[in-house]
Ligand binder design. Structure first.
Ligand code: ATP
Ligand code: MG
Length: 430
């Protein structure tokens, strides 16, 4: 088979420079896999026989990214290339990371420590493809298979079990039988892995083209070692539409929507997700079970209470489910068992309402109706100018005016709202 490898010029230059000093160097791992699949690699990792200090000496601008493990980042313009010395991982004592790493001058040793055959290939224009473990065969057959014995490899580093699922979700590959059996046997070991690493893999899985693969986390017995609250979900009712935007809070909200908001947040906290994602998932799961409303004013009220951006995301989520993606939207809806007691109902907006809601949403947006204090034609300083005192009352007046405007968008002019202030009408809305 012929392959065209388009290695970025800068990576090629780094390899050539290392070669010119008598070192071996290759691009390796994910970028080789992605190139062979015709996918654009996210980053280009380089593996070399040069020791980290030699790499540093050779290249001006470097960063000690993981110097103890042999990784130095070589900066080229704004881009960094991770250059890692060929290494053998020492004994894994804790099921997480090797107690030591040993540098080697043998590329094959370095490839042998990698997780899956498809991730254990190297390439350079000088040598061509180095494929010692049948990675290419597995790429063609669309298969995830460990380098060496799966039980040994998962015993060394339990995160690899989740990585197997993550890659099968991203690439649409089958997981080879002995690899799957090994996961079922060793699932418990996932307990030892840091929550951040677990989260990174799960997030990548959810952002992939096959986010429903998350059900396999349950099927294969890994869920209890992700988080207890996560494992309390009913796997059969998890569905994450691949049609949803590949955005963290959307995919996580879709995944966790059968949980009450507090529990969804608990899962994300345990997994150390960032606060912005947690806050967005909280709002989306809180609103998941509430109707948006089918009248313009109700829709504007929902928008104003959730924030306009999250409102859009909620609508997209509900539409995905109503389109038949997920048990709530499916025809055989009645066949779904009653949710467990601690889980709240997950029935979405009646599907027939959503088309109307979408239409009205577009009307509201098209007209530019005010749906937040920011958009109000009257500001706090306008009120102060009328002689009002600063303080909480001011906020209450503005809230009252917003409520009026949510009901009557055409009232959002300074003149009209000032009249409402003077007449005290704003109070009737609160
Ligand atoms: P991505 O496109 O998500 O970056 P990737 O294959 O590059 O995918 P990374 O996590 O960036 O994945 O790892 C780079 C390479 O390092 C992998 O291709 C694999 O060869 C090796 N590797 C990463 N994590 C492990 C692990 N836990 N065990 C063994 N090898 C690993
Ligand atoms: Mg990578």
């Amino acid at each position: 088979m012929d392959f065209v490898f388009h290695i970025p010029r800068q990576a090629e230059e780094i390899i050539e420079k290392l070669n010119s000093r008598g070192f071996e160097a290759y691009v390796v791992g994910g970028c080789v896999r992605d190139c062979l699949l015709g996918r654009e690699p996210e980053d280009w990792d380089i593996t070399t026989s040069a020791r980290p200090e030699q790499v540093k000496e050779l290249f001006g601008r470097t960063v000690d990214t993981g110097i103890r493990h042999g990784t130095v980042t070589v900066m080229r313009g704004k881009r960094g290339y991770e250059v890692t010395t060929f290494r053998i991982d020492g004994e894994y004592k804790d099921g997480r990371h090797p107690s030591s790493v040993e540098f080697t001058s043998d590329l094959l040793e370095d490839l042998r420590r990698r997780d899956f055959t498809i991730n254990a290939m190297a390439y350079s224009s000088r040598t061509g493809l180095v494929d010692a473990f049948g990675g290419l065969r597995d790429l063609v057959d669309r298969r995830i298979r460990c380098v060496g014995d799966a039980c040994d490899r998962f015993g060394e580093d339990a995160l690899r079990m989740l990585r197997a699922l993550r890659f099968s979700a991203q690439l649409g590959f089958e997981t080879e039988k002995s690899t799957e059996d090994a996961v079922r046997k060793l699932a418990l070991n996932l307990r030892q892995v840091s929550r951040e690493r677990v989260q990174t893999e799960l997030t990548k899985l959810l952002l992939s083209d096959r986010p429903d693969t998350v059900r396999k986390v349950f099927e294969w017995g890994l869920a209890p070692y992700v988080s207890e609250t996560f494992a309390a979900m009913d796997a059969a009712r998890i569905s994450v539409s691949p049609g949803l935007p590949a955005v963290k809070h959307m995919r996580w909200a879709a995944c966790l929507r059968q949980l009450p908001a507090g529990k969804a947040v608990q899962v994300l906290r345990e997994l150390k997700l960032d606060n912005d994602t947690i806050a967005a998932v909280r709002t989306l799961t809180e609103w998941w079970n509430r109707p948006i409303g089918t009248e313009e004013a109700e829709i504007r009220r929902t928008m104003s209470r959730m924030s306009p951006e999250l409102y859009d995301d909620l609508l997209v989520l509900k539409e995905a489910v109503a389109a038949g993606y997920g048990p709530e939207g499916a025809k055989e809806c009645e066949a779904i068992p009653e949710p467990a007691e601690e889980l709240i109902g997950t029935l979405s907006e009646p599907a027939e309402n959503l088309a109307r809601i979408r239409k009205l949403t577009e009307v509201i947006r098209g007209r530019g109706d005010c749906v937040s204090l920011k958009g109000l034609a009257v500001t706090g300083s306008d009120l102060l100018e009328t002689g009002m005192k600063p303080g909480p009352d001011l906020g209450r007046v503005l809230e009252g005016l917003l409520n009026l405007v949510l009901e009557h968008p055409e009232w959002n002019t300074k003149q009209r709202l000032m009249e409402e202030v003077l007449s005290g009408n704003w109070k009737k809305t609160t």
